[in-house]
Design a protein around this ligand. Sequence first.
Ligand code: AMP
Length: 218
Amino acid sequence: MRLLLFGPPGVGKGTQADLLATKYNLVKFSMGDILREEMSLHSPLGNELEDYVKNGNLVPDGVILELVKDFLLENRDANILFDGFPRNLNQALSLEQNLAQLDMSLDIAIEMHLGEDEIVKRLQNRRQCTDCGRIYNYLTNPPQKIDFCDNCGKKLIKRIDDDGAVIMRRLRVYEEETRPLSDYYRSLSIYKQIDVSGSQEEVFKVISSTINGYINKK
Ligand code: AMP
């Protein structure tokens, strides 16, 4: 099974991706995590990426598609969950092509939907662990000790792109570049839209029942 999660920033893709990967034994491919890891190395590529990410822009397709190709070659025949990739039509078409070349295909594309005011509120209150990457939200999912990770005790930080103008820029980029994927995946009959205004547990239940529906039909 190959499935992908897309949606505007702040809808909880990363959190749901972790839960789903564990439940369904999927290899998670998170483009944002890969890019953040490269940036933390301060390599020439990492520094170049930072300019795009901190301004809320998409990293050029050339860089992204190379990273995906490497991943697919290493995970041939695996059950995969794509989180935050593809982010535009060109990436989606390229993913289809790369999968087809390896005799693989995409089974479900889930769009996580949430109103803009709620997204802004969630992003301003989001924190991430500097060590294990676990994500918290001070409104909906706070850590037990403020600013420190429940999992590994390390410091929590606000992501460089979770701030004011950058949040608005990311939302515009989503509308212009990523939203059109819904029509594309609808045309392939693999599209599902899920409302994510409920709690983490509620959203997880709804996504799981979509996946179970697909598994039972097979
Ligand atoms: P995310 O953690 O998925 O919100 O991604 C954080 C940032 O990484 C995005 O705002 C983009 O700047 C960059 N990024 C992540 N995935 C992609 C992608 N598929 N294509 C281009 N840029 C990406």
